[in-house]
Design a binder for this molecule. Structure first.
Ligand code: MN
Ligand code: MN
Length: 300
């Protein structure tokens, strides 16, 4: 690694592998409370599988699978084609995945029925499903703020149509995009703080300092948990351990925190013991998608 930090490839790969690793790590303790995790694991620091989904160690869930489906669609289309992304998600849903959120399912069933690409506004759509799967759009569009915003919101609205979901999806997309664009580490941290502050100033609900210690799938709780995990730690490993040990929607908070931390610290900072455990097929597909998505975005 050079003095300016990890390269673009290292940051992008770190983000995508970080997402999958956070998912695989956190899934073990999804729906447990922080106290229950302490009683059962002390502190969860290893990818051991299990959990309510009875996963194999290194197996991932919907967070990673929906991201991979979007990435595959983007590469197949050779650019942004929302309909093809929705088609890939629907095919994934029909493949009987191990887990799928209610709002995601409802939105994809609607798309399958009437072909519409936008869910109507709903107060019940404030889950984290749109936020958790946005990385391929970010890798494709991070160079262009307007494109990033359009892609992030369009993919979100296929299933989730709520201002808090939009705000968190966009806020985290801007943070990841800033990291992918490069720059000096210390300046980046300051700029990330600025983006987090912007999110909190637009919607006070997102205030994460002091951390309210709720880690549910409600997108406000999720965003607070990942921002707390990222800003209160100083390594990829400590960020993910802090995040998933809050419990709740731990695979999803782990995935999003892993994405941010991977983009910040780079793939070289991911512990080898976690990389080794990650499902080999998932790792191969991520390693295929990352350079291809970066190249696709570069062509514009
Ligand atoms: Mn999941
Ligand atoms: Mn989850």
């Amino acid at each position: 690694m050079s003095a300016t930090g990890p390269t673009l490839q290292e940051r992008a790969l770190g983000a995508y592998l970080g997402l999958a690793i956070g998912d695989a790590l956190g899934a073990t303790v999804e729906f447990l409370t922080a106290t229950e995790i302490r009683q059962q694991y002390g502190e969860l620091r290893d990818i051991v599988g299990g959990g309510w989904l009875k996963l194999k160690p290194g197996q991932v869930t919907d967070d990673t699978q929906m991201s991979l489906a979007m990435g595959a669609a983007l590469l197949e289309s050779g650019g942004w084609d929302l309909r093809n992304i929705a088609c890939h998600w629907l095919a994934w849903l029909k493949s009987k995945p191990i887990d799928v959120g209610n709002t995601c399912r409802r939105g994809l069933v609607r798309f399958g029925r009437d072909g519409s690409l936008e869910a109507p506004f709903s107060d019940g759509d404030a889950g984290n499903g749109a936020l958790m799967r946005n990385l391929p759009a970010i890798l494709f569009a991070f160079r262009d703020a307007e494109l990033l915003e359009r892609c992030s919101i369009e993919q979100a609205h296929v299933t989730h149509h709520h201002p808090f979901s939009d705000a968190a999806t966009l806020g985290v997309a801007r943070m990841a995009a800033l990291l992918l664009r490069g720059g000096h580490w210390r300046d980046n941290l300051r700029a990330l703080r600025g983006l987090a502050k912007e999110l909190v100033e637009t919607h006070r609900q997102f205030r994460f300092e002091p951390y309210p210690k709720r880690a549910t799938a409600y997108v406000v709780d999720t965003a607070q948990t990942i921002l707390h995990g990222f800003f209160s730690t100083d390594s990829f490993e400590s960020c993910l351990v802090t995040t998933v040990n809050q419990g709740g929607d731990a695979d999803t908070t782990g995935a999003i925190a892993g994405m941010l931390a991977g983009a910040y610290y780079g793939v070289g900072a991911i512990p080898a013991r976690w990389l080794k455990k990650l499902d080999a097929g998932v790792r191969r597909e991520i390693e295929r998608q990352v350079p291809a998505l970066l190249a696709l975005g570069e062509r514009g």
